[in-house]
Design a protein around this ligand. Sequence first.
Ligand code: ADP
Ligand code: ZN
Length: 732
Amino acid sequence: MTYSGASFFETGQLVGVLTTQPLGRVLDYKAPEGGCHLGAFVEVPLGPRKVLGVVWGAGAGDYELSKVRSVIRVLDAAPMREELQAFIQKAADYTLTPLPAMLRLATRAPGLGDPPSMQKIYRLGEGRPDRDTEARRKVIAVLEEYGGLGFTLKEVSDMAGVTSSVVKGLVKQGVVREEDTPRDAPFPRLDPGRPGAELTEDQAVAAEALRAGLREGVFGTTLLRGVTGSGKTEVYLEAVAECIAQGRQALVLLPEIALTSEFLTRVQARFGVKPAEWHSGVTMTERRRIWKMVGQGQCQLVVGARSALFLPIQDLGLIVVDEEHDTSYKQEDGVLYNARDMAVLRGSLCSAQVVLASATPSLETWANAEAGKYRRLDLTSRFGPAVMPDLRAIDMRDERLASNAWVSPTLRAAVEARLARGEQSLLFLNRRGYAPVTICRACGHQVGCDHCDARMVEHRFLKRLVCHQCGETKPMPEACPACEVEGKLAAVGPGVERMAEEAVALFPQARVATLSSDMFGSARALKAQIEEIAAGGADIIVGTQLVAKGHNFPNLTLVGVIDADLGLQGSDLRAAERTFQLMRQVAGRAGRAEKAGVALLQTFQPEHPVIRAILTGDEEGFWRAEAGERQHAGVPPFGRMAGIILSSTDMQEAFDIGNALARNDAPIRAVGAQVFGPAPAPVARIRGRHRVRLLVKAPKGVALQGALAQWIAPVKGSTQFRLAVDIDPQSF
Ligand code: ADP
Ligand code: ZN
């Protein structure tokens, strides 16, 4: 096959191939029989093995020609475009990640290079089963959930947790259809010509601005700001329509898998069919198909998690990052990158429009808009009759509470009024589990994790103690692990499960539902629960930040925040920003339909500037004040930060290496930057490894990465010691 545009290497010519092997680099090979394109996915010999690689450029010619081996074969996939190669290179340079590790993010295509062939896939048919069994119900539920998608026999039986004979049995009865289809079938076409909603004036102005950017076909970044329910999604779907009408492809990133199904339904309503869906919950068959189709430009719209940013999309014209402020866009394990920032980078390399949508943008994005780097479009009001809820503080210093109770009399009365009117209330507490602390009343011991520097959190629902840092769990002990006295372990403080218990006791006539990420085995179970609540299946919802994100409960008119001060403790300079965002998002859950909403914030410090800003909704004022403080401290977005995380099973070793780095900081000082620490990292111990952090603070505009690379170059990793660089850390 030939691919227009890409340069071509003739048989025997030297090419440089990058593989995904750890410590790998670009190595010379000879182009195989028939030649190969720049960017081609190839199989090359490496020692005794055959490994996957990408033709990264012309060979360097550093080796004696007779020693250079040949590419084994060119795989059946569109060559990686130069734009994506450049993106991988720049992302690696920016995050100081080894190039092979970065390439790995872009080659997560299962079955890459397998020949196309026919396969049997299974979908829901018309028939009804002769007998209703648990196993059969599971199969039907799985196929129903994914509507039009078809799955292989193994995938269906795995997802349903049944044997393949159950599926085959259903095929015989016509309940499930078996079809022969080519692997990697093209996606059904979205129809951008279908009419969208009739836009309000604000919305129409914003949509037209985005469309104009797309028509110009140059790179540009837009902050699309508007309270929850103001129609941001409606507006960026107009941009998607323009993009696919031009024959280019669009990518929409969402911060959480649980939000995708609602979004897929909206896309279907707007464009006639569902788009491709890319995240960890998608089957291998489907991921392989998407990966292949995007490379051929055959997939107009992908909605997905941050990893979708590395898909080899052929002609990417639009990238939307929805809820751009969300912290889950930062990958904190393995390759440390922020998908929001990387989206802007990728957009700049492929002349795409990048849309950052949020009701409560990050300070970084706000500052970029203020500085004129990003265009800013504002949607000023909620769509239709819905209005932003009335926000009020409950001053907890004036409230009488029984011991081990957290709902104030004022909040209780407000909930009772909603119950009397048949409306829903949300009690919000951003803490999973039953109680944050388990203490022994005999000796005062607090139960901690054996592997981390964290307390174990009691989860009554799971009947276990859970470490929220490393995920370690153990059964709730009968006796204190320290003094061995039995029956003295007590729960201290509230978690969301304990709040649910209190709600049931306070409002015995109400139906109470709990929404916390750990309570659902699967995204499907969570989605079912959310739908049931939205349909009126609960009177009171007790939830963690899971409910703050985008779900729509039309009958919800009261949000009660149990502890509005929770996020303000601690020394993190981003605490104010996070609390502000979270509180505004949660409050926005109330009154989304025609009923007016109220948000009540229980606080011990109603005069705190952040609480005041949340209550008055003076976002510009809040941002300006925050910006002033950050500017004064010289931290992002007005200065640059990087973390160096040193981890070892031996704490002393990590500190020793940290101290040695801090002493030898000449490369850092040379660019006018400063080193702080070493100090225990924000997460000081994970899975038995001690973590120590050095923080580097630099003025804006210095070549920080180069200085960092030079500084850490003498430090070598070992089996027990590791060094990781965290550019733009989340907490500082
Ligand atoms: P956001 O993304 O800002 O939260 P949405 O785009 O989800 O807002 O809009 C909120 C609700 O209002 C959705 O149900 C949406 O369909 C509806 N909506 C928004 N704008 C319009 C419009 N111009 N015409 C009809 N419905 C609209
Ligand atoms: Zn732990």
